[in-house]
Design a protein around this ligand. Structure first.
Ligand code: GDP
Ligand code: MN
Length: 384
């Protein structure tokens, strides 16, 4: 689970990692109040789970109430790389002398934790990794040993962190490691970690990915969950017990079984299309589950065609077909549906669909044929 910046900062606070005081706002009025509470100058920051918010206009420094109002009006509702801003984080602005980078993540190949530190923070770290790889210092950490303060200090020195910031950075590294390990994160990243003219080191941004497999021992994560999903659709899918992951494309995908869903994504790509989601109905999916899946996908504006790919095993195709007929009597689909049914009771299933004579429903016999047909529909829409 990816956390928003403000949630990441809340998480940091549990491990004593210094951040600026601030608060969240969901409206212009709240934003003005939070800016006043934080004290001017303040920073108004878009809460979206995507980097480069600054460049996209999602971060503004404000000096008074009027500017706070204008910034909030501008940023709320702003679309940053497909993420619409619904919430702001507002904190007291920091004076920046230097911007650094610090992170812990899991190096799966090495089977060790990996610390990364750079004196070149604030900018896109992936870019630094390409243009100036030497500027990022790495240290592998055995989880049994952990990282000591002295090791952290050495790492900071080798990364070229300024003398006056060394102790502060080492201190943050040790705490960030605790946050990452005890906090069961897959990633804990601070970019920028700043040095102020007063000589203080603190986190100006927070990127935390929690390890979902550890959720059972963190009941407190529930508080993050309600709001941390990209959109209401993922929450809706979760309520309906569907295995759903939102993507960026235009072909809505429904399949039974994770493997078939993955293959469907591949086949759509292969014929020049892009998937809007991954959706696995699970085994033995009946009519109610199919209705739920169509309902979820129907709320996605990016979807231009739905591709239903069912291989009947435990799941019987006639059940699936009934589900589609049922669903279409209650849900008005925004886009056409291409259906491929194969396996158990496929003939019965196809007959049910044919008899129902549903508008906007196209039946294909093969997976590749269905994918091609779906992509054609998207292309026809684009050329109109
Ligand atoms: P990101 O672009 O989405 O990673 O957002 P960040 O939170 O990292 O902020 C981007 C940049 O905005 C930082 O590198 C800073 O240069 C600037 N910024 C953010 N907060 C402050 C602040 O309190 N004071 C000043 N002067 N600049 C800030
Ligand atoms: Mn950042």
């Amino acid at each position: 689970m990816d956390l928003f910046e403000y949630q990441g900062k809340q998480y940091f606070a549990r491990y004593d990692i210094p951040t600026s005081p601030g608060g969240v706002a969901d409206s212009v009025g709240e934003a003005i109040e939070q800016a006043k509470a934080a004290g001017f100058p303040a920073v108004v920051k878009a809460q979206v789970q995507v980097g480069g918010r600054g460049k996209a206009g999602g971060i503004r420094l404000v000096n008074n109430e009027q500017e706070a109002k204008e910034a909030a009006e501008f940023i709320l509702g702003l679309d940053i790389k497909g993420h619409v801003v619904k919430r702001l984080w507002i904190e007291h602005a920091s004076d920046i002398k230097k911007e650094y980078y610090a992170s812990f993540t899991l190096d799966r190949n090495a089977k060790l934790h990996l610390a990364m530190v750079s004196a070149k923070g604030g900018v896109d770290i992936e870019e630094v990794a390409v243009t100036d790889p030497e500027a990022i210092k790495r240290l592998h950490i055995n989880p049994i040993d952990g990282i000591s303060y002295d090791q952290a200090l050495e790492l900071a020195k080798s990364a070229g962190i300024d003398q006056e910031a060394l102790e502060g950075v080492a201190d943050v590294l040790v705490k960030l490691y605790e946050c990452y390990t005890l906090g069961d994160a897959d990633l804990a990243e601070i970019n920028p970690l700043i040095l102020t003219p007063q000589g203080k080191v603190h986190a100006l941004d927070a990127k935390v990915t929690l390890d979902d497999a550890a959720a059972f021992r963190h009941p407190e994560w529930e508080a993050f969950r309600g709001v941390s999903e990209l959109d209401g659709r993922e929450r809706l899918a979760k309520e309906k017990h569907l295995n759903y992951i939102g993507l960026d494309g235009s072909v809505g995908i429904i399949a039974n079984g994770a493997g078939l869903a993955m293959s469907t994504l591949d086949v759509v790509n292969q014929v020049g299309g892009t998937a809007a989601n991954f959706l696995d109905l699970g085994g033995g999916a009946g009519a109610d589950v199919m209705s739920a899946a169509l309902e979820v996908i129907n709320t996605d504006d990016r979807v231009e065609v739905v591709l239903v790919n069912i291989f009947g095993g435990i799941t019987r195709c006639d059940e699936v077909a009934k589900g589609i007929v049922d669903a279409l009597s209650s849900v008005e689909m925004r886009s056409p549906i291409v259906i491929r049914l194969d396996g158990t009771n496929a003939d019965e299933g196809r007959k049910i669909l044919a008899d129902a004579d549903l508008r906007g429903v196209i039946i294909e016999k093969t997976m590749i044929g269905a994918a091609k047909r779906a992509v054609e529909i998207v292309d026809e829409g684009a050329s109109k």
